[in-house]
Write a protein that binds this ligand. Structure first.
Ligand SMILES: C[S@@+](CC[C@H](N)C(=O)[O-])C[C@H]1O[C@@H](n2cnc3c(N)ncnc32)[C@H](O)[C@@H]1O
Length: 446
């Protein structure tokens, strides 16, 4: 590392800025904001650095820069000759100013452009609400220390404050409510109950995860996830998060639903913030409803964060619109895996006849039966199987519905796959997306 990062306390310290332009004025204003006793001089007079802590030469004149550097070095004064890295004992970072929170960004002078581009991104991430929020946490910290509370008891309170609604309330201008919320958390100390968030992980690409899901994952104590959740999504968990694969609990191949619900309840009762992470959307063939009911019955606080379901993601990845003006104005979603087999089959046929586009989840094991039944109900409707949508392994197989099982076998298509049946499939064949399919989030696009 070329530079040692630090923040200077310049309150009441004599500082000098040389130069008359707008850059010099900007530097003066910045030093003023930090409480420095700052002077601005149009030109440099030898000897003027006596008693000065810090000098910035913003004159843009090479000769002046040399004189300032030499005198500052001789007297041990911190010096910055703007845009001359060899003549700087310190450099000024790009800053995100959410006073009292200050984030400094430096590329060690490699690219001021990247530093300010990063600043713009961080400013969006760290909104103005962070200022009052940090002040509030500071007040609570002083209060807890004043009460003589041990640091090990303080830390869980800070974690809870960070996860609380307080920041959002500040962002909405509801400062008083934010203060009350924080005070209640500080008061409750360690006794607060945990919570379970049922979160949709989307189809695999982290770019298709919601912002709410990302925040919950980062802040969770425990994440219980399904096999279909991509490793790239799990990588977004915080350093303290414990990960449990729900499919492998107790050394058995698949944990029973009641066992999963029981462990969610137990973890929440221990005061943990738990995320139950499911592929796609938790309420679409994800057993999210059952888990929510069990948790509510046990008196546990539940939050539901929807995800991008494969119902939308799989057709989108293949460029197949579910509805399209003049082609399709209705769609339905089903699976032969849901409920009694005979009822599922007759529901499939009824839906196929009733809607323009049919989406079938978990189709692979029943593909022969599906193809035959749908062909019987619909005739030669176009169909597509989209597998591993939103991941680098994504593949699409298209065939008339009667032949789709054979086409999948020939292509050795593996799961997870989603079947789409309807005229929109042949429309999409005439409007191909550039391979690989580009309808994915920022995480993997390009
Ligand atoms: C048990 S269901 C869960 C559905 C999930 N809750 C959702 O909203 O996507 C599993 C089925 O979702 C579909 N699926 C899941 N991930 C997929 C993917 N990446 N590409 C295509 N289909 C997928 C497949 O039909 C798979 O058999």
């Amino acid at each position: 590392m070329k530079y040692y990062p630090l923040f200077l306390d310049l309150r009441g310290q004599r500082c000098l800025v040389i130069g008359a332009g707008s850059l010099a004025e900007e530097k003066v204003a910045g030093l003023h904001r930090s409480g420095a006793d700052v002077e601005q001089a149009e030109s440099f007079r030898p000897g003027s650095l006596a008693g000065v802590r810090l000098v910035i030469d913003a004159s843009g004149d090479a000769g002046t820069g040399e004189l300032v550097w030499e005198e500052a070095e001789r007297l041990g004064v911190l010096v910055n000759v703007v845009d001359v890295p060899d003549r700087c004992r310190f450099i000024a970072p790009a800053i995100v100013d959410r006073d009292p929170l200050v984030v400094a960004i430096s590329t060690s002078g490699e690219s001021p452009y990247l530093a300010s581009a990063l600043r713009a991104r961080m400013e969006r991430w760290l909104g103005a609400e962070w200022g009052p929020f940090v002040s509030l946490v500071g007040r609570i910290r002083r209060q807890l220390r004043g009460q003589g509370m041990a640091l090990s008891q303080q830390t869980p309170i800070y974690r809870r404050l960070l996860r609380s609604r307080a920041r959002r309330l500040f962002a909405q201008g509801r400062d008083l409510e934010a203060t009350f919320e924080a005070a209640a958390i500080a008061e409750a100390g360690d006794s607060r109950a945990g919570r379970v968030a049922l979160v949709g992980a989307g189809p695999g690409d982290p770019g298709l995860l919601t912002v709410a899901a990302q925040e919950l994952l980062f802040e969770a104590d425990l994440v219980i996830h399904d096999a279909l959740v991509a490793p790239e999504v799990l990588a977004l968990c915080g350093p303290q998060t414990r990960l449990v694969h729900a499919g492998k609990r107790g050394g058995r191949p698949s944990a029973r639903q009641e066992e999963i619900s029981a462990s969610l309840i137990e973890a929440a009762r221990q005061g943990l913030d738990v995320v139950r992470l499911k592929g796609g959307d938790p309420f679409v063939f994800g057993r999210g409803g059952e888990e929510m009911a069990a948790l509510l019955e046990a008196g546990i606080e539940v939050v539901v964060v929807p995800g991008v379901s494969s119902v939308q993601a799989a057709p989108a990845a293949a460029g197949i619109p579910l509805t399209l003006r003049g082609v399709a104005s209705s769609f339905a979603v089903t699976s032969l895996k849901a409920g009694d087999a005979a009822a599922a089959a007759s529901r499939l046929e009824a839906l196929a006849a009733a809607v323009d586009t049919l989406v079938v989840l978990m189709p692979l094991a029943d593909l022969d039966q599906l193809g035959a039944r749908l062909a019987g109900a619909l005739g030669d409707r176009p169909a597509a199987l989209v597998s591993a949508a939103g991941t680098p392994e994504e593949r699409v197989v298209r065939a008339p519905v009667a032949a789709v099982a054979e086409a999948a076998r020939r292509a050795r298509l593996e799961g997870p796959a989603t079947l789409v049946v309807g005229e929109v499939v042949s429309w999409s064949a005439g409007h191909p997306l550039a391979p690989p399919a580009q309808v994915v989030g920022a995480g993997r696009a390009g």
